[in-house]
Design a binder for this molecule. Sequence first.
Ligand SMILES: [Zn+2]
Ligand SMILES: [Zn+2]
Length: 175
Amino acid sequence: MGYIYITSFGDVEGRLLLGTARNVKEIFGLGVRVSSVPFPPRLGFNPKRNQYHAGTLLRYLEGVSFPNLVKLLAVVSFDLYEEGLNFVFGEAQLGGRNAVVSVFRLHSEDERLLFERTFKEVNHELGHTFGLTHCQDPRCVMSFSNSLSDVDRKTRFFCDSCQRKLSAALDLHSR
Ligand SMILES: [Zn+2]
Ligand SMILES: [Zn+2]
């Protein structure tokens, strides 16, 4: 049985991680484990931008291994960027193994909203690791989010077309 491992960097609430794990189990159906991975202080930190470079974190995750590891997701508390973009909610290796999601811009007075937004961005980035690209259906979790209102507009679920692609990719892991 393959596992999706979830880890956190920075100060991420345990309840949020556990909620994320439940959501990932429900949506992807694989085993899910929450495990810790050491975080080298200031890895990927850019003092000029006061943000962390998402690609650097993804490369670091490549060196991490766990038993029966299928995907590795890091949920981080700090703000992420990529060259040419002011910020990113997350980043993933398309059809690859690793993904990172930041909760920095997802906070709300309403805790349920933070949880819901986190689940959407997590499902989106994990969707990329299973080879899914952006979707034009504005309610599909694979639609692109450029702002919080984009995040709030979409659901945490895959549209029928994306779900078919995801199920085909997941089949390869359950054989
Ligand atoms: Zn995306
Ligand atoms: Zn879709």
